[in-house]
Design a binder for this molecule. Structure first.
Ligand code: PLP
Length: 392
């Protein structure tokens, strides 16, 4: 199958997670016997529809929202696009509001959608300040809200640096001003308690493959009564907000993955946080000219990230891969892309630091032995990268 590749130790769970076997089992019946089109009236359709509505009820119960507030999508990217484009276009048409306020540390699914709206729909996109850890201050949101603000979007927990934002406080500020608030919770969902009512956001993005579910499915949780336009035209699936034949197996898998994530969250978080803290406390001591990126403790339980001065992050990833470890630089940039990440620059890192980023993200199966082995080889890998940089 995929056996041409070496069995490296996987330390990149923020990029994707394997499907939990229980999730796979929940999906399998709907590829074959349960293949019907959920919009059909016959028994095959009813069976598919029942599975989808069961998934919706499960998601709603887990997140403390109404079933009709759950819109299934093709993943985190589509949820973010639907939230931003859908609200921006609806607000422009109905009230003329066209000011969009986002943090400078959003996933590209949010930041590039905001740029698209500026370019093609005349929206005024404003970036919030963040502190050195990448956190947004709720007061800075409050002071920037204006009568033309259509939407605020702040990521719940950052994919590159793991920092958790004070989403409930930002939601309070937005509610007081009557402004809609979206948060991308794709990374957060596996590790933070997610109560839609308690958090107080109007729109919340989730994705399946970051929480041991399948790729290609996610959800947008959308407060009842929110003005929003669909991205596509078509049938009336998902209240007309997501036309196209519903993907029964992926929806069933997403609901099961979320259920497992929520019920087992504390257990996994406790285990991972110990390993994460070992990385965060050891690496800056073992390797000179190193800093932690993101917040030292208000960060995801599975997430450690660093910047090494004078290192090319892509070289480091290649050396680590040769040593048997699959890590990430944290940003979506692929090898060869010479741009340092916007998120790291937003923290105030100079480029000679921002190029040397490393993200180590742990998962349910990560062991103490794997972390010990990783810590044993990292210092020499970083030293080798620094030597490479010196060759003219
Ligand atoms: C992965 C990710 C996305 C995109 O989700 P997909 O399901 O891969 O489209 C969006 N936001 C964040 C924070 C992510 O980590």
């Amino acid at each position: 199958m995929v056996s041409d590749f070496p069995r490296n130790t996987y330390l990149d769970f923020a990029a994707s997670t394997p499907i939990d076997p229980r999730v796979l089992a929940a999906m399998l019946p709907y590829f074959q016997e349960g293949f019907g089109n959920a919009s059909s009236t016959h028994s095959f359709g009813q069976q598919a529809e029942a599975a989808i509505e069961k998934g919706r009820a499960t998601v709603a119960q887990l997140l403390n929202c109404l079933p009709e507030e759950v819109v299934f999508t093709s993943g985190g990217t589509e949820s973010d696009n639907l939230a931003l484009q859908g609200v921006a276009l609806a607000m422009q048409a109905e009230t003329g509001a066209n000011h969009i306020l986002i943090s400078p540390v959003e996933h590209p699914a949010v930041s590039n959608t905001a740029k698209y709206l500026a370019k093609h729909h005349g929206c005024e996109v404003e970036f919030l300040p963040v502190d050195e850890y990448g956190q947004v201050d709720p007061a800075s949101v409050q002071s920037r809200l204006k009568s033309s603000t259509a939407l605020v979007s702040v990521i719940m927990a950052n994919n590159e640096i793991g920092t958790i934002n004070p989403i409930a406080e930002i939601a309070t500020a937005c509610q007081a001003a009557g402004v809609l608030f979206h948060s991308d919770a794709v990374q957060a969902a596996a590790y933070l308690p997610l109560d839609f009512e308690a958090v107080g956001v109007d729109l919340l993005s989730l994705g399946g493959h970051k929480l041991y579910g399948p790729k290609g499915v996610g959800a947008l949780i959308l407060r009842k009564g929110t003005r929003i336009e669909p991205l596509f035209s078509g049938g009336s699936q998902e209240s007309g907000l997501r036309p196209g034949t519903s993907n029964t197996p992926l929806i069933a898998g997403f609901a099961e993955a979320l259920k497992i994530a929520v019920t087992e969250r504390d257990r996994h978080a406790q285990h991972l946080q110990i390993l994460r803290d070992q990385l965060l406390s050891t690496i800056p001591v073992a390797i000179p000219d190193t800093r932690i990126t993101g917040h030292p403790h208000e960060r995801l339980a599975n997430h450690a990230s660093f910047a090494f001065h004078g290192v090319n992050g892509n070289d480091l990833l290649m050396l680590l891969s040769e040593e048997g470890f699959a890590c990430s630089s944290g940003s979506a940039c692929k090898t060869g892309n010479p741009e340092p990440s916007d998120t790291l620059l937003a923290l105030g890192l100079a480029t000679d630091w921002a190029f040397g980023s490393l993200r180590v993200t742990l998962g349910r199966g990560t062991t103490q032995a794997e972390i010990d082995a990783f810590l044993a080889i990292l210092p020499q890998s970083v030293a080798r990268c620094r030597q490479l940089e010196q060759i003219p």
